[in-house]
Design a protein around this ligand. Structure first.
Ligand code: HEM
Length: 201
C-alpha cells in the first residue's frame, strides 16, 4: 500500500467551501442583521455546486460522476457489505455515499436558488416555506453524510476527513491520480468570487 493522491484540489476546496458556507448560512438564517451574510453564504453554495457539475465530467478520475454514481444493485451490495462490518473498499466515493453527494449538490442548488429568489422578493410566502423545507432536507442529508463518513472511517480504518483535506489515501500506486489540478482550483475561486458577489448583490 502506498500513499496515493485521490482527491484533486477543486474537489477538496469546493467541499470545504460548501461546508463553511452551509454552516454560516444555518447560523445566520433567522437574523435580519446578518441577512447579507446569509445570502452571501447561500451564493457560495450555489456557485460551488454549479462548478462541481461540469467538474463531474471533466475532473480527475474520482471526481467524475461515472466513478461514483452507481445503480441500485451496487448501492444494495455496498449496504449489504456494511452489515458484515467489513464493507467493500472503494478508493473514491462508495456507491451509497455517491448518492448522498448527488443529493447534496442538487439540494445545494435548489435551496440556494429558492433562497436567492426569496431574498429578491420574487415569490410569496410559499417560496420562503419551500426554501426552509429544502434547507431542513439538506440538513438531514448532511447528518446522514457525516454519519456515513464517520462510520466508513471507523470500519475501514481510514481517516476519510483527513483525506478530504490532504487529498491522499493509502492504495495501489496505479490507482492514484497524477495531478491535483491546482489551476482549476484557482478557476473555482475566481468563479465563486464573481458568481457569489453577483448572486448576493
Ligand atoms: C463537518 C462536516 C463534514 C465532514 C466531516 C465531511 C466529510 C466529507 C468527506 C470525508 C467526504 C469524502 C467522502 C468519501 O471519501 O467518499 C465528503 C464528500 C462530500 N461532502 Fe462532505 N463533509 C461534511 C459536511 C458536508 C456538507 C455540509 C456538505 C454540503 C453542504 C458536504 C458535501 C459533500 C460533497 C458534495 C462531497 C463530495 C465531494 C466531491 O466529490 O466533490 N459535506 N465529505
Amino acid at each position: 500500500m502506498n500513499k496515493i493522491l485521490v482527491w484533486d484540489w477543486p474537489v477538496r476546496l469546493g467541499h470545504w467551501l460548501m461546508v463553511g458556507s452551509f454552516i454560516v448560512a444555518w447560523l445566520t438564517a433567522e437574523s435580519e442583521t446578518w441577512r447579507l451574510v446569509h445570502a452571501g453564504a447561500g451564493a457560495i453554495v450555489i456557485a460551488v455546486a454549479l462548478f462541481r457539475l461540469p467538474w463531474g465530467f471533466i475532473g480527475s478520475r474520482y471526481a467524475r460522476f461515472v466513478d461514483f454514481v452507481r445503480g441500485p444493485r451496487a448501492v444494495a451490495g455496498y449496504l449489504g457489505s456494511l452489515l458484515t462490518l467489513q464493507p467493500a473498499h472503494h478508493t473514491g466515493h462508495n456507491p451509497a455515499g455517491g448518492w448522498a453527494i448527488v443529493a447534496l449538490l442538487g439540494l445545494g442548488i435548489l435551496c440556494g436558488v429558492s433562497g436567492w429568489a426569496t431574498y429578491n422578493e420574487f415569490g410569496g410566502h410559499w417560496l420562503e416555506e419551500l426554501h426552509e423545507g429544502l434547507a431542513a432536507t439538506m440538513l438531514t442529508v448532511v447528518i446522514v453524510h457525516v454519519a456515513g463518513v464517520v462510520s466508513g472511517s471507523l470500519l475501514h480504518g481510514e481517516n476519510m476527513v483527513r483525506a478530504m483535506f490532504s487529498g491522499y489515501k493509502l492504495g495501489a500506486p496505479e490507482e492514484g491520480i497524477r495531478s491535483a489540478r491546482p489551476l482549476a482550483a484557482v478557476a473555482l475561486l475566481a468563479w465563486v468570487g464573481v458568481a457569489g458577489w453577483w448572486l448576493a448583490s
